[in-house]
Design a protein around this ligand. Structure first.
Ligand SMILES: *[C@@H]1O[C@H](CO)[C@@H](O)[C@H](O)[C@H]1NC(C)=O
Ligand SMILES: *[C@@H]1O[C@H](CO)[C@@H](O)[C@H](O)[C@H]1NC(C)=O
Ligand SMILES: *[C@@H]1O[C@H](CO)[C@@H](O)[C@H](O)[C@H]1NC(C)=O
Ligand SMILES: *[C@@H]1O[C@H](CO)[C@@H](O)[C@H](O)[C@H]1NC(C)=O
Ligand SMILES: *[C@@H]1O[C@H](CO)[C@@H](O)[C@H](O)[C@H]1NC(C)=O
Length: 665
């Protein structure tokens, strides 16, 4: 029952509504207009009367005929309508073709033509009173044939295009008319109102953004009752000529005997943003500018981030996590050394450059050794060794604090030794030299540290590169061995099939050069050379010296064989030395330099000799020649040269090895 009542009510309401026809289209998507010519509804709901096809007409009518009068001779009803349209030229320098709002016989006049007839009339029908057409034209062309006033006018046309009344497009604000362009492509709104009782038609136009002006542009006192048929079609017409333009209607509202509902701007479809004129300055300049600026900002941001990320990138693998405390961040080291600046450079050696730095947190001074390495192969074992060496603790070892790893770089972090390396105080007429007592303390310290490395720890650590320049003086002047274990990097990092000699010429034991196998004994050999250089203030091999004095060991031996070993002593010491100690150091130097490892003492023995707890064995010419000091020494030296030329051809480590060797010269 309830349902039935409702249906009846709806039917009555519909009947009442049909009496005073009323419709509102905010966009035409659901409007079902009857279209003619090239008119179409776009997917957005725009009514597009014409497109870019020349000499075409486009018409769109309300789908049903509308009764405008009660009988053929009766007065026409009042009506009110408003619509929003836009006329878009193909390009800003061209014109548009205008459009009309028309009341026509049902379906429009047959045989209507495009430009200049708006798809409303043709050359024979134009102006014929039997056309029964009342139209409002928005004309953007001045056609002399129709006595057009200008090329931007609004006119009321009765049965023909010679307007009954026309005015330049404009809108009132108060009593002032503001001109505006109909064909600018911007939406404009038109209100057409006919008062059936007063017999007056008013037409108002304004840019859509302005709203409805209080005063109409055209007020035309005229009874349209005889002009129009009892039943009419209501709609829009437009046409293109030899050029094209696009005419749109965005929304349309109509009411018979009442005021048409206003259109809802928010519901109207948007005009397609085409044609340069439609682009705002913001779009033309602002958007690209903003895009470019944003892009630059974003790119530089990303770039900065990437660079920063890359700058501080380091290699950290799972296996390294266990070395936590020994692992430094690259950034830390970078900041500590002021970006590895040249000012912080302490020295450059065979293994790489050493930079001085200050750790930000602890304020501790560090020396960072930056080593370039070729392969990551064996790195794991090496790092393990480095870290385990970090546990080495002896007052004559430079503490190894930790490491950091990057793609091609390895950083070893040591305590900073403020007094630099020993060689600075020994060779090349130093500004400051060391007195004998200090030299002897340094020698004993280095010997005990080497003893610790060879025998005092859980595993044997062969240093491989004992020499004055690797002995550093701490703040108290104690000698400390630096760079221990570094040579192992090249063992781990390269093909085990090939032998690489790492060390410094003049300190290299001949058997090490031959076999490539570093032993504690080869360390003792190097220590022997070290003893001689500390006592004599000369490098093991002085390249500038005359030939006979080339090798320090031979030079010392020659003094010894003449019974004048004290003549070999560093003249910088003057008379300030202890004869017994110098004697022991020089003879021990010769002993350690024996080519035959059978005759070389162990480091344990060396320490004892130096302490004086065990007397040095008496050196005899026989011992020395049997062990091959003199003759074999020069043979050994030839070996070095031979070896040098041999590993010249080796790739990978050879350059480092060579530079290490040349450094020792
Ligand atoms: C114009 O509209 C007609 C009818 O919809 C269509 O056949 C024609 O291809 C259109 N022309 C252009 C240039 O879009
Ligand atoms: C309508 O008016 C015309 C002339 O004005 C007249 O000839 C005709 O008879 C009228 N018809 C009606 C139904 O009044
Ligand atoms: C011109 O228009 C009239 C009225 O609409 C029509 O009857 C006639 O056929 C048209 N002429 C041409 C040539 O299409
Ligand atoms: C007006 O049109 C009608 C019908 O189409 C025709 O009979 C008549 O001759 C036309 N009048 C003029 C002046 O062309
Ligand atoms: C408006 O246009 C008309 C006709 O083109 C012109 O006479 C008038 O001066 C214009 N008014 C203004 C304010 O531009």
């Amino acid at each position: 029952m309830m349902c039935l009542k409702l249906i009846v009510l709806v039917a009555i309401f519909a009947a009442g509504a049909s009496g005073d026809l009323e419709f509102t289209f905010n966009g035409f998507r659901s409007a079902n207009l009857s279209l003619d010519g090239i008119a179409e509804i776009t997917p957005d709901g725009l009514l597009r009367l014409t497109n870019e096809t020349m000499l075409q007409k486009g018409r769109a009518f309300y789908p049903m005929p509308i009764t405008f009068k009660n009988s053929p001779n009766a007065s026409a009803f009042s009506f009110s309508t408003t619509f929003v349209c836009a006329m878009v030229p193909q390009n800003p320098s061209l014109f548009t073709h205008g459009l009309t709002f028309a009341i026509t016989p049902p379906g429009g006049l047959p045989g209507a033509l495009p430009y200049p007839y708006f798809g409303l009339f043709n050359d024979t029908s134009d102006g014929n009173s039997s056309n029964h057409v009342v139209a409002v034209e928005l004309d953007t062309l001045q056609n002399r044939e129709f006595d057009d006033i200008d090329n931007n006018h609004v006119g009321i046309d009765i049965n023909g295009l010679r307007s009954a009344l026309a005015k330049s497009a404009g809108y009132y604000q108060g009593n002032q008319v503001h001109n505006f362009s109909l064909g600018s492509g911007k939406p404009i709104q038109v209100w057409v109102e006919y008062d059936g009782r007063a017999k007056q038609m008013n037409v108002t136009v304004a840019p859509f953004s302005v709203g409805k002006p209080s005063k109409p542009l055209l007020s035309f006192p005229h009874d349209i009752s005889l002009d129009i048929l009892e039943t009419v079609s209501l709609g829009f017409t437009s046409a293109t000529g030899s050029t094209v333009s696009t005419q749109y209607v965005l929304g349309w509202s109509f009411k018979l005997n009442g005021v048409a509902q206003e259109l809802d701007p928010s519901k109207l479809p948007k005009l397609p943003r085409v044609g340069p004129k439609r682009k705002s300055r913001f779009l033309v300049i602002g958007v690209p500018l903003i895009s470019i600026v944003s892009l630059v900002i974003v790119l530089s941001g990303v770039g900065y981030y990437v660079l920063r990320k890359r700058k501080f990138a380091e290699l950290l693998e799972d296996w390294e996590l266990e070395y936590g405390p020994h692992r430094f961040h690259y950034k830390e080291l970078y900041l500590a050394t002021k970006g590895f600046s040249e000012k912080q450079l302490l020295g450059a050696g065979g293994f790489g450059r050493v930079y001085r730095g200050v750790l930000p947190n602890s304020q501790g001074e560090i020396a960072v050794k930056k080593i370039y390495h070729q392969s990551t192969q064996g790195m794991k074992a090496f790092i393990a060794e480095v870290v385990s060496m970090g546990r080495l603790c002896h007052r004559n070892l430079v503490p190894l604090l930790g490491y950091c790893r990057r793609k091609r770089e390895l950083f070893l972090v040591y305590d900073y030794m403020p007094n630099g390396s020993l060689d600075k105080y020994l060779f090349d007429n130093p500004v400051h030299t060391l007195g004998w007592n200090q030299r002897f303390e340094v020698i004993k310290g280095v010997a005990s540290a080497l003893f610790y490395l060879h025998e005092g720890w859980e595993q044997i650590v062969v240093h491989r590169d004992i020499k004055a320049s690797n002995i550093l003086l701490d703040s108290e002047g104690n000698g400390r061995i630096g760079d221990f274990g570094l040579a192992r990097l090249y063992d781990h990092g390269t093909d085990p099939q090939t032998t690489h000699i790492v060390g410094t010429l003049g300190y290299l034991a001949p058997e090490y050069v031959r076999t490539g196998k570093a032993t504690t004994s080869s360390d003792v050999f190097a220590f022997g050379a070290f003893l001689l250089e500390v006592a004599c203030g000369r490098r093991p091999i002085e390249s500038k010296a005359p030939n006979e004095d080339l090798a320090l060991v031979e030079w010392v031996f020659s003094w010894w064989s003449r019974g004048e070993i004290l003549e070999a002593i560093d003249p910088k010491l003057g008379k300030d030395y202890v004869i017994e100690e110098v004697d022991i150091v020089l003879k021990l130097g010769l002993l350690c330099s024996l080519l035959d490892i059978e005759f070389r003492p162990s480091i344990r023995q060396v320490v004892r000799y130096l302490e004086g707890s065990v007397a040095l064995p008496e050196l005899s010419l026989l011992t020395l020649s049997t062990a091959g000091l003199i003759v074999s020494r020069s043979e050994g030296f030839d070996d070095f040269v031979l070896s040098l030329s041999n590993f010249e051809g080796n790739s990978g480590c050879s350059s480092i090895t060579n530079s290490t060797i040349s450094e020792g010269r």
